[in-house]
Design a protein around this ligand. Sequence first.
Ligand code: IPD
Ligand code: CA
Length: 288
Amino acid sequence: MAQWTECLQFGIRLAREASQVVLEAFHQQKDVMLKSSPADLVTETDQAVEKLIISSIRDTYPEHRFIGEESVAAGEPVVLTDSPTWIIDPIDGTVNFVHRFPFVAISIAFAVNKQVEFGIVYSCVEDKMYSAQRGGGAFLNGVPLQVSAQKDIHQCVVVTEIGAERDDLSLSTMTSNIYRLLKLPVHGVRAVGTAAVDMCLIATGGADVYYHIGMHCWDIAASTLIVSEAGGVVMDTDGSQFDMMSRKVIAASSAAVANRVSQVVQAFPCPRDDEDPSNHNIPLQNGH
Ligand code: IPD
Ligand code: CA
């Protein structure tokens, strides 16, 4: 574990440095481009922040590999090997960023032998630095995190995301999942607009369970470790073992709550991140 501590500290410093670029642009007018759907946005700031992060890491760790959201959008394949690999979302919550809705995060995970060794989620506007190292616990601004003790689904606050999909099957599946959970009933359903921060809220105990279909590995690679190091449970939405490329996740305070959610939610078809040709070579279009 201690082997990668220096890389973790480097990543935390870099996330803070990169956040300056995000915060400077936050209140300014942005040129918005579209990716896979009219709600899948990207800005020059997303691209600039990813370039800054990757070039800084490459200068220090030239042998390391990368999976970055905007590099993939520009045509790079998603390939996770056993080599040390940084998995980067330069801005998680780009729709929030464009609209100045104040929850945007820089997400940086580091995997070796296909296992995440540490995760960093910096919620820039809130100035909340979440981090975890495998076997070392999870922290928010240096304070240890612990998931809630909740085991009863009826007492849960559930977090999910609406996502960027706008086709009928995805929308009807997503809305009926929310309907069925509300009918159980649960205490409430929330969506913050960034998968990374949503999951960190499970780690803080502020919410009890998160599920999502359609996010990408860069959205959740860091926060899955933060949840499990805070004592939570992470699985696929069908109850099987979590696979970061499958684009389906449940992260919960307890196995009981995770299993109950897996009985209720249904997944719509979603190509795996490491198999989806539409992840890359997407012609960027101007949004405005
Ligand atoms: C998205 C956000 C959003 C979620 C999407 C993600 P991005 O990431 O996490 O909350 O609904 O599925 O792809 O595009 O803002 O990095
Ligand atoms: Ca992003």
